[in-house]
Design a binder for this molecule. Structure first.
Ligand code: SF4
Ligand code: SF4
Length: 555
């Protein structure tokens, strides 16, 4: 481990660490644009200059490895002057359009100009003009005038996705980023180039002009789009707290986690939150009485569902839980099943179209908590439950979230099963063809409207937090199920997600010892991870995330 000093402070780092990362280790920020820890070194922006003892000129920190005995200075007069000159170079042709730029407020140029530039502009000539507002693909738009040619986006497409759509074309001050002929920025991770672009050259078509970043609130969360469970931040428009005002969730951003998704998320996950404020959301409990469907109060709906669970024999009740439910919900459901002796339970419903998968992040299983549901003992044969419904052995079916009619199961058979039921109960955040057939619909909060945990495919338990209020009267599933339990006369004291988790951790061996505190924001491994492995949990540390509240503008 080389041991060196940075600004007089001793630090030892693993061999092969560059000076930007060595400085970061002791909280010293070396400003940079082109360097990114996940990409190859380009040495392009020249901003990360530092003074190294016995070196005649300032040196770029990104391409200098820490060596034993090295003495590095990041704030000498010479370094500061060099940085200032480099900032001036970067801004020579940069348009002064911050007031209309989506990046304003989280722009590396703005931030570093205020921190390290602050020179009086000397540029008197007309700036070089380049293409503006050029769509590169479905999600990303380019303003070539704002580009500082750091090449992060080019290296991302070359090195991370391997798709190579982007390049730098022409020479000198005519150089510009663009697509290779016939190409479109259509890889499954294209939105990440917006995150890593340090300026407003690449912006997000979905987020563009939607809200100023200083009106965003942020909550740490987990993407529910597949079994990977990428760590994300949910950015919420503070000025639109109500559904009727428009979209509340403004965007999802990746949150660094070395053990899960590093700096990235896929486009399906990034843009997969539209359902949260969609008109298809279920917002009020409904029940059918005397052949007509009408609104109910929660008290009426809970009493009726508990009554039904008591009226039917346990063997006449089937439950199709969902791998989109959180661990806390599934535990509350398990307590209902145990209290009534209900054994016909399943949670897997085969999708009509098999999910895609790759070696970077995307998992074939498009559910965030299949492993959690499995570990909680909810594995069962869903097709057999429907067959039992057709045979009128199952008379009451409780479906969570799924649209059984849109699954890979034959529609005619599913339809016959639903028709044969005496009672169909549906709980979920959104309406679908199955909920349309339900006698009771109990509206569930979307994942951004509540807190809970998911267990990803590798056995990592991860917390997601509430970012917005539930729509209408929707409640978290653990709350709905807890109320049903109490209506069944079972003691269920937990009225917070954390309390349900505590109960679960003491009831399911794989979760032993886990608490919300030990899971933290980085997640924790199960005590008995699938396929073996080290026991116990560990927290992840990493670079501070980008976005509101982040202290460092660039990873
Ligand atoms: S578009 Fe952004 S990420 Fe790409 S080279 Fe320009 S400044 Fe860098
Ligand atoms: S890979 Fe999966 S968990 Fe990660 S962002 Fe995409 S859908 Fe979400």
């Amino acid at each position: 481990m080389p041991k060196l000093t940075i600004n007089g402070q001793a630090v030892d780092v693993p061999a092969g660490t560059n000076l930007i990362e060595a400085a970061r280790k002791i909280g010293v920020e070396v400003p940079h644009y082109c360097y990114h820890p996940a990409l190859s070194i380009a040495g392009q922006c020249r901003l990360c200059m530092v003074d190294v003892e016995k070196t005649p000129r300032p040196t770029i920190a990104c391409n200098t490895l820490a060596a034993d005995g090295m003495a590095v200075w990041t704030e000498t007069d010479r370094v500061k002057e060099t940085r200032k000159s480099i900032m001036e170079f970067h801004l020579i042709n940069h348009p002064l359009d911050c007031p209309v730029c989506d990046q304003a407020g989280e722009c590396g140029l703005q931030i570093y100009y205020m921190k390290h530039g602050l020179y009086d502009p000397r540029m008197r000539d007309e700036k070089v003009h380049k293409p503006k507002a050029v769509p590169l693909g479905a999600h990303v738009i380019l303003d070539a005038e704002r580009c500082i040619l750091c090449s992060r986006c080019v290296r991302f497409c070359d090195e991370v996705t391997g798709t190579g759509e982007l390049g730098i074309f022409s020479r000198g001050d005519e150089s510009e980023i663009g697509l290779f002929p016939g190409k479109e920025l259509a890889n499954k991770y294209s939105g990440n180039v917006v995150d890593i672009c340090p300026v407003g050259a690449l912006t997000d078509r979905d987020f563009r002009f939607a809200v100023r970043v200083w009106y965003l609130d942020s909550a740490t969360s987990i993407c529910p789009g597949c079994a990977r469970g990428c760590n994300i931040e949910v950015h919420v428009n503070r000025r639109r707290p109500h559904h009727n005002d428009g979209r509340r969730v403004a965007r999802l951003k990746p949150r660094f986690n070395a053990d899960v998704n590093r700096w990235w998320i896929c486009d399906d996950g990034r843009y997969g939150f539209a359902f949260v404020d969609d008109t298809s959301r279920l917002v009020i409990p409904r029940w059918s009485r005397d052949g007509a469907l009408g609104d109910a109060t929660w008290e009426e709906a809970i009493a009726a569902v508990a009554g039904a669970l008591q009226r039917f024999a346990p063997d006449e009740i089937g439950v199709v839980a969902s791998p989109k439910m959180a661990n806390e919900d599934l535990w509350a459901l398990r307590r209902i099943l145990e209290s009534r002796g209900i054994r016909r339970v399943a949670f897997r419903v085969p999708p009509r179209t098999p999910g895609d998968e790759d070696t970077l992040l995307i998992r074939r299983d498009k559910n965030p908590n299949s492993l959690g549901a499995e570990l909680l003992g909810l594995e069962g044969d869903g097709a057999a439950i429907l067959a039992a419904a057709r045979a009128r052995q199952v008379k009451c079916l409780w479906v969570f979230g799924h649209d059984l009619l849109a699954s890979a199961w034959p529609v005619t058979e599913t339809d016959a099963a639903l028709r044969a039921l005496e009672l169909l109960i549906f709980t979920g955040p959104s309406a679908n063809a199955t909920s349309e057939r339900a006698h009771f619909t109990l509206p569930a909060a979307a994942w951004v409207e509540r807190e809970g945990t998911y267990t990803n495919f590798e056995g990592r338990v991860q917390r997601f937090r509430q970012a917005v209020q539930p729509l209408g009267q929707a409640l978290p599933e653990w709350d709905i199920l807890g109320r049903v339990l109490r209506a069944l006369g079972v003691e269920a004291g937990a009225t917070r997600a954390e309390r349900w988790f505590r109960e679960l951790a003491s009831g399911v061996p794989a979760f032993t010892g886990l608490t919300y505190q030990s899971i933290g924001d980085g997640g924790a491994a199960l005590s008995a991870p699938p396929g073996g492995g080290a026991a116990g949990s560990h927290l992840v540390s990493g670079h501070p995330p980008m976005g509101p509240g982040s202290r460092s503008p660039l990873p």
